[in-house]
Design a protein around this ligand. Structure first.
Ligand code: AMP
Length: 280
């Protein structure tokens, strides 16, 4: 596995690979877990070359968010990345990605970026789409791999790729969970034991809603109320949002006719966790 820390090194490595190879690209912020490794393995299985980026992107964090506290361990990550099939690991400094400072942005406008995480993190997706664009422009992947865990990110990136006619195929991989159901996240390590225990309510409340839906309950209000009351029964939780939206467009719905996304964001003292389920 090659490691590139600068754009110049990345270009040299990509030139050596040549233009006739398919490239599978996995963008991450590192502190790798099995969710990330599933993306790398999928890319490795479907492409000639697998490129992984590890970059804690400052433009997607607002002042006061956990940019500095975000967990990092490059040595461990590089070993895991290599074992999962990464051929080229791009690990740049912010000055490599934003050499003139962050002054040019790519932004997906509209409700799709304003709902869910966009309510409490209004500048977040602008940072995400900007850095993903920069990385696509540097790497020119054939396919890029994202996790359904960040369902709104997937919807926003798919829209950006459509709107800008970007020549890349977006592949979405299912949520990888701990044995007890908690969705894997680099931020899980920031939970104290009691929070870690109570965090199970995210997946449990979504699974309960899924079971109600499968049993014939189609009312969005009813299902949302159920999820809210189950999460609120855990005293260390603070709900950021609970919503059920059209799966493709993220538009609001009153009852579930086509696939819907039930998504939650819950804060613990220092840590905000996401989870979701597709109701289909
Ligand atoms: P992050 O490092 O958190 O920015 O995540 C990098 C990529 O891994 C994103 O596409 C995430 O959606 C994906 N990812 C994170 N956690 C999981 C998970 N538990 N299962 C599947 N994909 C995940």
């Amino acid at each position: 596995m090659k490691i590139a820390k600068t754009v110049a090194e990345l270009k040299t490595c990509l030139e050596a690979i040549g233009k006739d190879k398919t490239i599978g690209f996995v963008p991450t912020m590192g502190y790798l877990h099995d969710g990330h490794l599933a993306l790398i393995k999928a890319a490795h299985a479907e492409n000639d070359v697998t490129v992984l980026s590890i970059f804690v992107n400052p433009t997607q964090f607002a002042p006061g968010e956990d940019l500095d506290a975000y967990p990092r361990d490059f040595d461990r990550d590089s070993q895991l990345a290599k074992a999962a099939g990464t051929d080229l690991l791009f690990f740049p400094d912010p000055t490599e990605i934003y050499p003139t400072g962050a002054s040019t942005f790519v932004e997906v406008d509209g409700e799709i970026t304003k709902k869910l995480c966009g309510q409490s993190r209004p500048t977040h997706f602008k940072g995400v789409t900007t850095v993903v664009n920069i990385l696509f422009n540097l790497i020119y992947p054939t396919r890029a791999y994202f996790g359904q865990k960040d369902a709104q990110q997937v919807a926003v990136i798919k829209k950006m790729v459509r709107d800008l006619h970007l020549p890349v195929q977006i592949i979405v991989c299912p949520i990888v969970r701990e044995a007890d159901g908690l969705a894997m996240s680099s931020r899980n390590v920031l939970l104290n034991p009691e929070e870690r225990n109570q965090a199970l309510v995210l997946s449990q409340s979504l699974a309960s809603a899924g079971a109600l839906y499968q049993a014939g309950e189609g009312s969005v209000k009813f299902l949302k109320d159920k999820i809210v009351s189950q999460i609120s029964s855990m005293p260390l939780t603070c709900i950021d949002y609970v919503d059920i939206l059209d799966f493709e467009t993220l538009e609001s719905i009153e009852s579930i006719a086509s696939p819907a996304l039930a998504a939650v964001a819950v804060r613990f003292e220092k840590t905000r966790l996401l989870d979701n389920i597709i109701l289909d």
